[in-house]
Design a protein around this ligand. Structure first.
Ligand code: HEC
Ligand code: HEC
Length: 205
């Protein structure tokens, strides 16, 4: 409990996800976002952001603040990905806002659980963390149902492979924005816990 409070305090001190660039209520042109999505993103993320490939993140129903923030993380080379980099280079801020509001308004498709036997363990990690190793519970930030908020990303229904890859990237310091929070979380998860909680996320509607 105390550990969770400390982590939340760190996030709040760091400004969290409420991008000062756009403020909490992001306004954009959903129709323009839809057109851009079809033209430049659909091949990998699907026309509505329900990415069919397990290693690609689902974007449908994600919070606009987080989407805009992450697109800028790629643009500023804080997140390095050879597939996303050329894409974001072709987008201006207005494009990114329009894409973010379009995607936030899409209905997320249910996730795909690949190892149902791990769900019970994953649920325990999600709701209780691991007091022995200092893993905080996830619901304090991402909410009990994984829906997140304007400050913390939605992680419900996410593709298992993508989630596991993000834990690896956090541990390796490759998502530096989150180094104080998710790096600590990812470093402390055992491989088994990481897989179990990733399966549990996929099971959340
Ligand atoms: C060639 C395939 C490809 C295309 C095209 C593509 N993406 Fe991606 N996208 C990816 C991959 C792979 C990742 C995960 C990369 C990583 O691990 O950092 C990703 C990650 C993202 C993320 C981060 C998601 C998260 O949960 O943190 C956002 C946002 C995103 N893409 C939006 C877009 C948008 C908007 C477009 C179109 C303008 C687009 N992508 C086009 C492959 C693609
Ligand atoms: C103190 C708050 C906090 C706690 C506790 C927390 N997270 Fe996070 N999480 C965040 C923040 C903030 C981000 C976005 C950071 C960034 O931009 O990289 C994030 C990002 C993520 C992502 C990446 C999302 C994406 O689309 O790429 C995953 C997966 C995740 N968290 C899973 C978990 C799990 C599982 C737990 C519990 C074991 C957990 N988090 C606990 C704050 C938290």
């Amino acid at each position: 409990m105390r550990f969770r409070t400390v982590l939340i305090a760190l996030v709040l001190a760091g400004g969290g996800m409420t991008a000062s660039k756009a403020g909490p209520a992001i306004k954009g042109d959903v129709a323009k976002g839809e057109a851009l999505m079809a033209e430049r993103c659909a091949a990998c993320h699907g026309p509505d952001g329900n990415s069919p490939v397990p290693s690609f993140p689902k974007l449908a129903g994600q919070h606009a603040e987080y989407l805009l923030h992450e697109l800028n993380e790629y643009k500023e080379h804080h997140r390095d990905n050879e597939m996303m980099l050329p894409i974001v280079e072709s987008l201006n801020q207005e494009d990114m806002v329009n894409l973010a509001v379009f995607l936030a308004a899409q209905k997320p498709a249910p996730g795909t659980v690949t190892e149902p036997a791990l769900l019970a363990r994953g649920k325990k990690v999600y709701l209780e963390g691991n007091p022995d190793t200092g893993v905080p519970s996830c619901d304090g930030c991402h909410e009990e149902d994984g829906a997140g908020s304007s400050r913390f990303p939605r992680i419900a229904g996410q593709n298992v492979e993508y989630t596991l890859e993000q834990f690896r990237l956090y541990t390796a310091g490759k998502r530096p924005y989150a180094k104080k929070v998710m790096r600590t979380v990812a470093e402390r998860l055992t491989e088994h816990e990481a897989r179990a909680v990733a399966e549990y996320l996929a099971s959340l509607p």
